[in-house]
Design a binder for this molecule. Structure first.
Ligand code: PHB
Length: 404
């Protein structure tokens, strides 16, 4: 009996201690209990397009450098996955693993259109917001109601280029684009807008996505004697290869002007292209040279977080703004990040980006932004895309009138 009572007393003491301990814990818990916000980032980080992932990721890190890595008491954790791409099947598998195994709250990144397209059903099935930071073919956002885009679309940047060319003495154009969705989007939009403005298309050619040899294509363009050539190739490796062929075949000396989307004079590789690229006219949504306080702060933070990259390019600004949008969602939803509620917030996003004012069109979940016309110039000892004209509030013309 005595023993029983003793046992009982002991148990009671333990219980009471437990209650006190739990009460004490609950006082400190809110600071510890908040789970991190998990962002699963899918992009190439190795291979020819390694800088796609590095630029987008550095853009996200630059946002956190400026604004901190904790939002509404929750730390932001970015889980980076390398597709080695363009590699749609790998992108889909990695997206799936991030959702099912790592339980991410958001999917993000996506450099190449085919990688975004392949991953779209994963976002739909899991009801996870998918923040596209580059993939730029018009159709991408139609592939899932959970996709929202913070980059651009090729029709969106090609239309102003065609208008500008037609107004500035370029009458006959040869087009050259990469033979996949973004290139075909760019070509179609440029041709339609340029013809509507009275221009003539001499001929159009599409080059392979993998390892194109631009020499023969560029020679044919030279022989056709157009006033100008309109170009879209994926940024980076291909921009460099195209400009090399253009220079070797003497097209500038033959009086053929380049008008292109800004992918050709990508800030990531512009400096290494050197003098032959001076004077090239492009249209795009971001230049590292953009003159605004937001961009100055962004460029500074970017150099701090990514000392190995030359400067931020358009993919980095997609990463930065995508991160800003995710932070808005976390601020509003706190610990309860539900995919549908998150999409309602993302559809209303409006930001002063380092590129200028941007907002999301709720009808298409695509970005509305200023498109700049720029000319490559030497500024100090560096080559830059210097903006000299602009088209504000451009929507994706590839989707005008469309619903979700
Ligand atoms: C794309 O695949 O959507 C893409 C890739 C590189 C670019 C632009 C678009 O420079």
């Amino acid at each position: 009996m005595l023993r029983e009572t003793g046992v009982f007393l002991h148990a009671d003491r333990i219980m009471r201690r437990g209650v006190v301990a739990a009460a004490a814990l609950s006082l400190v818990l809110p600071a510890f209990a908040a789970e991190p916000v998990k962002i699963g980032m899918v992009a190439p980080f190795s291979g020819v397009a390694a800088d796609f992932g590095k630029q987008m990721h550095a853009g996200m890190n630059a946002w956190m450098k400026i604004h901190g890595d904790t939002v509404a008491g929750r730390k932001i954790e970015v889980l980076v996955r390398d597709t080695g791409g363009p590699n749609p099947d790998v992108a889909k598998r990695l997206s799936q693993e991030l959702v099912t195994r790592d339980k991410v709250d958001f999917l993000a990144g996506y450099g190449f259109t085919p990688e975004a397209m392949a991953s779209a059903p994963v976002a739909t099935e899991a009801k996870k917001p998918m923040i596209v930071m580059n993939a730029a073919s018009s159709v991408v956002t139609t592939r899932s109601p959970y996709i929202v885009r913070f980059s651009m679309t090729l029709p969106q940047v090609s239309e102003p280029m065609a208008k500008w060319a037609a107004k500035n003495g370029i009458k006959k154009v040869y087009t050259l684009v990469t033979d996949y969705a973004p290139g075909i989007d760019a070509e179609k939009q440029f041709v339609a807008t340029f013809k509507a403005a009275g221009g003539e298309i001499v001929d159009s050619v599409r080059t392979p996505l993998r390892n194109p040899d631009f020499g023969p294509y560029v020679q044919r363009i030279k022989d056709a004697k157009p006033d100008g050539v309109f170009i879209f190739v994926p940024a980076g490796e291909q921009s460099v290869a195209f400009m090399k062929a253009f220079e070797e075949r003497g097209l500038a000396q033959a009086g053929i002007r380049i008008v292109a989307t800004g992918d050709l004079t990508d800030d990531d590789v512009l400096q290494s292209m050197g003098a032959p690229v001076v004077g090239v006219i492009t249209s795009h949504h971001y230049s590292a040279h953009h003159d605004s306080p937001e961009n100055k702060a962004f460029v500074k933070a970017f150099h701090e977080v990514a000392p190995d990259l030359p400067r931020p390019n358009f993919m980095a600004v997609g990463g930065y703004d995508g991160m800003a949008a995710i932070a808005e969602v976390v601020k509003k939803l706190g610990n309860d990040i539900d995919g549908d509620k998150a999409m309602q917030i993302l559809e209303q996003i409006k930001l002063t980006s380092p590129r200028g004012p941007i907002h999301i069109d709720p009808a298409t979940r695509d970005i509305v932004q200023t498109v700049y016309i720029r000319r490559v110039q030497k500024v100090g000892d560096q080559y830059y895309n210097v903006e000299f004209d602009k088209y504000p509030d451009v929507r994706d013309p590839g989707k005008l009138g469309d619903k979700k």
